[in-house]
Design a protein around this ligand. Sequence first.
Ligand SMILES: Cc1cc2nc3c(=O)[nH]c(=O)nc-3n(C[C@H](O)[C@H](O)[C@H](O)COP(=O)(O)OP(=O)(O)OC[C@H]3O[C@@H](n4cnc5c(N)ncnc54)[C@H](O)[C@@H]3O)c2cc1C
Length: 469
Amino acid sequence: MAHDKSRLTTTVQVEGFRAQLRGEVLDPSSPSYNDARVVWNGMIERRPALIARCRNAADVAASVSFAREHGLAIAIRSGGHNVAGYAVCDGGLMIDMSAMNGVRLVPGLDHAIVEGGATWGDVDAATTPFGRATPGGLISATGVAGLTLSGGIGWLRGSHGLSCDNLLAADIMTADGKLVHASETENPELFWALRGGGGNFGVAVSFEFKLHAIEPELMFCGPAYPEERADEIIPLWRDFMKTAPDRLSGLAEFSTLPQDPSIPEHAWGHRVVAFAHVYDGPADEGERVVQPLRSFGEPLVDFSGRMPYRTIQTLYDGLFPKGRDRCYWKSTYLKGLDGDVIHEIMSRMAQRPSEMTFASIWKFGGAVQRVAADATAFGDRSMPFMLSLDAIWSSASDDDANISWVRKFWDDMQRHSTGRLYLNFPGHGEGTNLVHDAFGAEAYGRLQKVKRKYDPENVFRLNQNILPS
Ligand SMILES: Cc1cc2nc3c(=O)[nH]c(=O)nc-3n(C[C@H](O)[C@H](O)[C@H](O)COP(=O)(O)OP(=O)(O)OC[C@H]3O[C@@H](n4cnc5c(N)ncnc54)[C@H](O)[C@@H]3O)c2cc1C
């Protein structure tokens, strides 16, 4: 009887919660529950007790309050792309922000207000028809929130910096249900923390981003050379990038070209080192600037061409479907890219357990490096490169082989590393000192102070977690 009574009470409470929200509250019996709990990484299989599909700030406040009252862990989901799977939890409340995806351009077109659950596709669709853009990520389905709150590395970083560098303000729903505005002038410490410190301080209900003029077409540079030539080609790329204009952003990638209709059939299954760069300026100028990258001998295939920025933002979407593959992605910032480093990356990639896996060397410079280390929680910008090891495979029986391959590769690269990593590519978030080491002692201490002020009980802990004490 006691058991029945508590179930009845719970049902009544859930119904009360449902009645409070403009959005839906899903439970395991709801028809859309199974779809709503799926995140991008197919390895992540968790079942929240409830999913609140918020429609406005009041829904978010009610959700935070309901979770706290009933002792439910809170997972916040925007794009659901976090590879560690922080967006979904077992048994707690998933605050699903994905229906809050509005983007409002402000007259004058120098900034836009973006709701907390929007994707970069939502932002680009709203801004690019007006000849405006703000730096996002490389895939249109990635969430603005998760990407920006931990930094945000995209095609426009050389000219305009990281996504978080373009944040002008944010509205945050804190653990005690207050909506707090953070900007350079209002709650500046919180604003500092939000630009790199992740989802630790509350639910971002909206962001305000600076917008920049963007040409109607940009030059995308995408030659792919046979991987066995990597030790010859990567040094050419490295040296070329030393004097390349800031407007050119990109990466070099070891990958295997998949059997995809977007790729010429003769190149299917070939291991390549490919360049992917975007020139943020007139396409004619861009075409001239990138020409040397396309002329390191005969590319196996060359995906280069002029296209609208919005098209570039979706070029790789088809290769990254939601929930299909199993993934473990981990990064490290490199001190440099000498012959030893290149050789090490080449020989490890030759042993990759899965042909779906890739490794990318992201070049930093330009506007990213003009931001002072203490200006944002993202911290130091002096690293010239980031290496991300992106293992992708299909079968659970290959989990160990792939994860341990990345871990060993990552461990061995530490002698070439600055010692920090990018928290948007944090493996599965494991390791006791992972977050502390990513920030360093000083920034971590400063973040802890902000955490103590806005979330002293660590209500928002399913993330790259900063402990209040
Ligand atoms: C296919 C793919 C491509 C990627 N490409 C890039 C890239 O080009 N550049 C790059 O920098 N990164 C990239 N990433 C990494 C990406 O930035 C992170 O995975 C990021 O966490 C995704 O954000 P999301 O909103 O989709 O995250 P979600 O999985 O929805 O959420 C992750 C975490 O972010 C926080 N969070 C989410 N929404 C909110 C909110 N509204 N308020 C407060 N906290 C919130 C929470 O802590 C949550 O636990 C990529 C990832 C994938 C899977």
